[in-house]
Ligand binder design. Structure first.
Ligand code: AHR
Length: 383
């Protein structure tokens, strides 16, 4: 007797079922299986939802055949920049524009990004879009995407893989150039204002191993080699967040106090944290290094970052543009229509300062404009 026959027999025995009742039992069992099968199919069509063990959340999306399904792995929500980037992709990949977007927030953990990509592969999305938290560690998961025939588009930060056929294309910032522009501006400022002294710099770094950290740190280290009176007296990560930036700055103020001249904050949020910490200790933030002010140099040029730049609390702010939504949909539309896309594309970025007399700087033998900030520029800013 099979398991099911045994259950049926027990059921019949217990309830003294006659033949007619046996057939009702069969009917009940059949209905049970049909309902279970329908529920399984329905749950398979949708995106996995609800918090997983890490508390992260993935959008619940009903995948349809008519739309282009995109699985997007976002790093987290650590900064103003990141929030603006998320808003940009969410609005570009709208249902009205013909997309089913499965958006996954990895909460600043690479393991969550790897998990999300594997889920996208299982769901059979049409495209995978990845903003990678760090550059390394992507070979295996992207080989799986390639095997499944799913094109991968990387944006913002870069990846380092042995085989570059593992991704279709990358679009993002030249983070090293951003750092070079910030350092050349600092050099010009110190020269033009006659500051002739040793300059002690603290480097508040982004997430270790992230392209934005690697490029901006490398630019500063090179500039220090070229400017004999510049010194990096401390380097630590603030993980691109305000809270961690503040914590690191408090620590440096305890160790170095007013010996610090320049805070090279590798993004706006860490600059906010640094400024809060400096002012809380009773020091002044500004451009007058000779009179003991702490000069803050920052990146991103988000709305709040530019306001602090206009107020002179950030000396120079080099843009990192987060508005990737329209750029990514353009890539997908090109691929959908059978066109080819550039393997690598650098986006153009600006630089802002509250002072007007450094209007252009030369970097890599190329002139770059430094925009003199006004309230109008800030109020027109989209992020
Ligand atoms: O990758 C871009 C960087 O990441 C931005 O500078 C920063 O604010 C973000 O968190």
């Amino acid at each position: 007797m099979t398991g099911w026959q045994e259950i049926e027999a027990a059921f019949i025995k217990k309830t003294h079922f006659n033949r007619k009742r046996q057939s009702s039992f069969c009917f009940v069992v059949c209905v049970f299986f049909i309902v279970a099968a329908i529920s399984l199919v329905l749950s398979g069509c949708g995106q996995t939802d609800g918090p997983d063990t890490d508390g992260k959340k993935t959008d619940k999306v009903q995948i349809t055949d008519e739309k282009i399904t995109v699985g997007l792995s976002q790093i987290g929500s650590e900064s103003d920049w990141r929030m603006a980037s998320t808003a940009s992709v969410r609005s570009a990949f709208s249902s009205a524009a013909g997309y089913d977007l499965i958006f996954d927030d990895a909460q600043q953990k690479q393991e969550n990004q790897l998990k999300a990509i594997r889920e996208f592969i299982d769901q059979g999305v049409d495209y995978i879009i990845l903003d990678p938290i760090v550059e390394t560690g992507w070979d295996s998961v992207l080989s799986e995407a390639k095997e499944a025939g799913i094109p991968v588009i990387v944006y913002d930060r870069r990846i380092e893989v042995d085989d570059d056929s593992l991704y279709t294309c990358w679009i993002g910032s030249d983070f090293k150039l951003e750092g070079e522009r910030a350092c050349v501006w600092l050099q010009e400022y110190l020269e033009s204002s006659g500051v002739d002294r040793n300059i002690n710099i603290v480097d508040m770094q982004g997430t270790p191993g992230a392209s934005a950290q690697i490029g901006r740190t490398a630019a500063l280290e090179e500039a220090v080699m070229l400017n004999k009176n510049w010194r990096i007296i401390a380097q630590d990560t603030g993980d691109f967040t305000t809270a961690k930036g503040k914590e690191v700055m408090v620590d440096w103020l305890t160790k170095y106090g007013s010996d610090i001249n320049v805070v090279y904050a590798e993004n706006d949020n860490m600059a906010y944290g640094a400024i809060e910490a400096i002012e809380a200790r009773g020091y002044k933030v500004g451009l007058d290094i000779d009179n003991g002010e702490f000069m803050v140099v920052s990146f991103d040029s988000s709305h709040n970052g530019l306001q602090l730049t206009l107020n002179g609390k950030i000396a120079v702010n080099t843009e990192c543009n987060p508005l990737y939504g329209p750029r990514l949909t353009e890539i997908i539309q090109t691929l959908e229509s059978g066109g080819s896309v550039e393997k690598e594309t650098y986006i153009e970025e600006e630089q802002f300062s509250g002072i007007s007399y450094i209007g252009t700087i030369q970097v890599r033998n190329h002139p770059y404009t430094v925009t003199h900030l006004t309230e109008n520029i800030i109020s027109d800013r989209q992020y």
